[in-house]
Write a protein that binds this ligand. Sequence first.
Ligand SMILES: *[C@@H]1O[C@H](CO)[C@@H](O)[C@H](O)[C@H]1NC(C)=O
Ligand SMILES: *[C@@H]1O[C@H](CO)[C@@H](O)[C@H](O)[C@H]1NC(C)=O
Ligand SMILES: *[C@@H]1O[C@H](CO)[C@@H](O)[C@H](O)[C@H]1NC(C)=O
Ligand SMILES: *[C@@H]1O[C@H](CO)[C@@H](O)[C@H](O)[C@H]1NC(C)=O
Ligand SMILES: *[C@@H]1O[C@H](CO)[C@@H](O)[C@H](O)[C@H]1NC(C)=O
Length: 436
Amino acid sequence: MEVTRKLSLKAAQQVPWSSATSLLHEKDGVRRAWPMLPCLAAVLLIGLLGLYVWPSGRSLLGEDRLKAWDPQVKAVGSAAVAYPKPKATSQKQVHIFVCTDEYDLRPLAVLINSTISNAMHPNRLHFHMVVPADRLFTREYLKSLFPNTHIEMASKFVDIHEVNKHITFRNDSGARKELISPYNFLPFYLPEVYKDIDRFIYLDSDIVVKGNIEELYNTDLEGNAAAAVEDCSQRFAIYFDFAQLAEIQAREGPDRPAWLPPEHFDPEACVFNRGVLVVNSKRWMEENITRAIIWWMDEFQKSKRNLYKAGLSQPPFLLALYGKHKVLDGMWNVRGLGRPNLSELEREYFFNMFSMNYTRKPFVSPFADTAHILHFNGAYKPWKGKRKRESTDDIISLCGRKERGLECAELWWEYLSPAANDFLKPFAKKDYSVEE
Ligand SMILES: *[C@@H]1O[C@H](CO)[C@@H](O)[C@H](O)[C@H]1NC(C)=O
Ligand SMILES: *[C@@H]1O[C@H](CO)[C@@H](O)[C@H](O)[C@H]1NC(C)=O
Ligand SMILES: *[C@@H]1O[C@H](CO)[C@@H](O)[C@H](O)[C@H]1NC(C)=O
Ligand SMILES: *[C@@H]1O[C@H](CO)[C@@H](O)[C@H](O)[C@H]1NC(C)=O
Ligand SMILES: *[C@@H]1O[C@H](CO)[C@@H](O)[C@H](O)[C@H]1NC(C)=O
């Protein structure tokens, strides 16, 4: 049964234009592909698609029930009451949040497609996209590509102006300007807003999921508020001014909040990346993690010299969750794939730990071969480059052991068909994430 489901889901993704409600334009090139398929196979695929969409599709994948999660619908009133909360099945639901204000929908399409393509039970996955209010309509476009997938847009659940008040950009702090978007900070507010979701996965939008996401969801958090991947090729020392941290920790009285650890932060502590998180909402709230992150953001704002030397949302997250996180298997966040080069520290790390002697450029990720999640953090996003690299173009990053490494971007494009790319690309034009 599962095999049939997966197969037919694939079929559904490949023939979105067979749906009457599909918004996908019928491109000539796409149409012409059909006569090349054996007739029988086409009939079989459509049959399977039919089986998948009805009757089970309507009951199992009923979208209405999901609306209970949407704060906007809740505000309307009756809709939420009409649909009882799922009980027996709720344990099996896998909630995945993504927060983004990027106009380009292609990263979301790749994130969804890769996740469902590699999931054991794609029908259990619930994608919650936190996007600006004027982007709510884009759900229809994603749904037309993935008609059998639960996709909800959540918006305006937190006051963006309130978040912005705590964000400070300093042009001398080593952070990239585009990191200033409040959507980079929204994941930290999710447990507060979605109190009725006990556990969720947060994913950055520049991600390809290659593993079975249910496995990640079922991680034993061992009482911690969150789980994240630790990366010892980066240490706390690169992020913070430790003299200032010590001054802050030396405070006494009402200026010293409960979440400030008594022991000094260790400059040698490994960095854990905020791009892939498993969160226990209740623990997160009990530990005051959101408040602690905001407090650290305000400390940065107040600091005379730069308290943080890199990043914007990563540093307060690191301080607030220090010693309070479970460490995930590194394969769940193989990061840096959007970076053009390795740092000296990373080169040393690869040499000392694995006897790998890499040059500075291009960036190399030897673990990408076995990654469950590929993370394209860095300035070079695959969707901003070419689908096919020309021989004269620079390779930005290499994935896999060097001798058989692929250009990382190729691994991203695998999950976006040329037709889906043509369909979604027009939305990429207006990107206000930097100016806003
Ligand atoms: C940073 O901004 C200040 C003014 O806010 C300006 O004087 C300075 O030149 C800028 N530095 C860089 C490196 O852009
Ligand atoms: C969280 O904040 C509340 C209210 O300020 C406080 O009573 C509690 O002790 C804090 N918990 C932790 C773990 O810091
Ligand atoms: C390599 O990356 C570092 C940051 O990790 C950056 O400071 C440096 O400018 C980069 N060098 C080149 C040649 O791209
Ligand atoms: C690493 O390789 C470079 C040549 O690519 C070589 O010059 C260097 O000595 C090597 N380093 C070590 C520590 O083996
Ligand atoms: C989703 O990914 C699969 C596997 O790589 C691919 O065959 C398919 O065309 C993709 N679907 C879309 C809508 O891009």
